[in-house]
Every structure is written in C-alpha cells, then in structure tokens.
Write a protein that binds this ligand. Structure first.
Ligand SMILES: [Zn+2]
Length: 160
C-alpha cells in the first residue's frame, strides 16, 4: 500500500475506533477520535521509513519493531496508540497488497502475505484499503464488545 492508502486507513480507523469506544456520538466520542487520530497516523507512516533506511518491507515491517513500539506505553507512558497504527500498516500490507512483509526479520527474510491483495499501483487499491479497514474495525468492535477481557487497560491512554 502507498503512503496515501496508509494515511487514509489510519484516519478511518481513528474515526471508527472513536465510535466503537464511545458510541454516543457526543463530545466523548470526538475526544476519543482526537486522542487516537495523530498516534494512529504516525504509527501507520512509521514502517515505510524503511524505504529509505534499511530494507523495505523488512527492517521496520516485523514483529520485533511492533513489540518495541507497543512497549513504549508500558515502560515510558508515551506513544499510546502508535503501536496500533504500526499494526494496521502491517495488516494493510499483508492483506491489501500482493507482496507480503518479513514478519520475523532479521531472523528470517521470508515475506508473508495473503492471496487476497492487489498490486500497490492497482485501480482497486483504494477499495482494498476500505475493505481491510472495515475488517480491522470489525475485529476492534468484536474485541471491545464481545471479548473485552482480552483488552489491555486503556484508561491511561484515553481522555476521561
Ligand atoms: Zn509498508
């Protein structure tokens, strides 16, 4: 997916997540959208830094990088929600494009993808991005409403 696709994915995800976490559509909803919006966009942009530094779809497209970014809220109490932008970037690359990502780099160079993607330059890449975003929001809603016990404590990362 190109930069435009990743940014739009993060924007739609932020708005959708705001309504999933605070469904009333009131000020709390919009505060939640605001709280996750910039972190999600930043996280969604981060992995493709490896187009210039390192090997693209390897250096910053793996589970170790995701783990490091996800550890920041736990150990430093900052970068809340950036990990979700990074994760969403991975999901969009894996499901939305024909080329996979090297999930276990640097231990293993193999790129893992799914057979449903379209070429990055395809006319269908926007439709694919929307489909992947809908899938992600469905999973998020499922976690929030059906399996809330599996969610980490979000209280420190969202406005009260
Ligand atoms: Zn990427």
């Amino acid at each position: 997916m190109n930069k435009r696709g990743h940014v739009l994915n993060a924007v739609f995800l932020a708005v959708g997540l705001g309504f999933i976490l605070e469904p009333a559509g009131d000020a709390a909803t919009f505060r939640t959208v605001a709280a996750v919006f910039v972190p999600l966009v930043l996280g969604a942009l981060f992995p493709d830094v490896d187009t210039h530094f390192g090997k693209h779809r390897k250096t910053l497209h793996n589970l170790f990088v995701l783990g490091i970014v996800a550890a920041y809220p736990v150990y430093f109490s900052n970068l809340h929600w950036v990990w979700l932008g990074v994760l969403s970037h991975y999901v969009l690359d894996v499901l939305g494009t024909t080329r996979g990502i090297a999930l276990f780099y640097p231990l293993w160079d193999e790129e893992f993808g799914a057979p449903v993607g379209v070429p990055v330059s395809s006319d269908f890449s926007d439709a694919m991005m929307l489909a992947v975003t809908a899938f992600e929001l469905t999973v998020a809603a499922g976690l929030v409403y059906v399996l809330p016990n599996y969610l980490p404590d979000l209280s420190g990362s969202l406005p009260v």
